[in-house]
Ligand binder design. Sequence first.
Ligand SMILES: C[S@@+](CC[C@H](N)C(=O)[O-])C[C@H]1O[C@@H](n2cnc3c(N)ncnc32)[C@H](O)[C@@H]1O
Length: 346
Amino acid sequence: MEQHDNHPTPASIMQIGTGFWASKILLAAVKFQLFTKLAEQPGMSATAVKTMLNLHCTDRNVYDFLDALTTFGFLSREGLLETAVYSNSIDTDFFLDKKKPTYIGGMLEMMNNRLYGFWGNLEEGLITGLPQNEAKHGENLFTQLYQDPDKLHEFVTAMGGFQMGNFMAFAQKFDFSSRKTLIDVGGSGGLLSLMVATHQPHMSCTSFDLSAVEPIANNTIRHFKLSDRVKTAAGDFFESPIPTADVVVMGNILHDWDEETKLMLMKKAFDAIPEGGVFVAIENIIDDERKKNAVGLMMSLNMLIETGKGFDYTFADFNSWAKKVGFKSTAIMPLTGPSSAAIAYK
Ligand SMILES: C[S@@+](CC[C@H](N)C(=O)[O-])C[C@H]1O[C@@H](n2cnc3c(N)ncnc32)[C@H](O)[C@@H]1O
């Protein structure tokens, strides 16, 4: 964002105010699988893209769409207008080609298909304090989402794409030397367990989640050929205790719920680990001054849209809850971008 010294400038006001244009241009390109197609066939002209995507707008609209993506750094271009040919940038070729295992567009697909529309009701969310999604009329979000196999699949894929970098960083940076077992509570597709098992060959991991996600996680575990050390356990953390382990992890779990439920889940994690055991929350932990981590603050508002009562929190908040539950000490480990691991030792 633009810096200024004492002179007012509208630049960042307009940049943020029009931010949804930029966002939607990228989300539309992902929806059209433009980057996947350009990875197969780099160097396409705008008219070839127009035909390939079955667009019925003017050629000018296509130039504008592709050139906007070029100015964002998502496409590279040689030539201009009629003579232009477009290819992926290094980043989009690596992360947004659906045929590569490094594809992280699942979260963007879900942003486009669900959250883009739901965020249109942010004002209503702020006025009523109610979620603005499938759970708008009081149902549990996960019960609602998981009734539809496509939405279930899309949600699990989105979660994986969003957290993969953090899981890889945590699996490599955390000192697992005195630990043998790990439970990932609300483990979704099982990626945290898989990353820990990959980087820490002495660790056995279990991904604990609602039964609906178990077949998807098991498929991924088979794909990674780690079935000997990564298992799934189906269960509901409201109904049952968390299975015991040396390390209990919750990735983007606490932020789904109100403070009372956060404390209940941390207490269940505390009960599941031995003396000296560790509880880890991997989230967009907001800085204590609430001045820097804009993504964490926006994610917190996303929880208003998604769950109504959920919210993201600072490390100071985490510390006070850990103390209440009885943990001895805490630490914070930065992971990727705005995310960290908040760690509590029993
Ligand atoms: C926001 S997702 C986070 C997924 C993953 N841990 C991550 O970091 O991306 C929340 C997860 O909690 C799971 N979940 C929700 N309610 C649950 C419950 N009552 N018992 C067990 N898991 C639950 C959901 O199925 C989902 O996988």
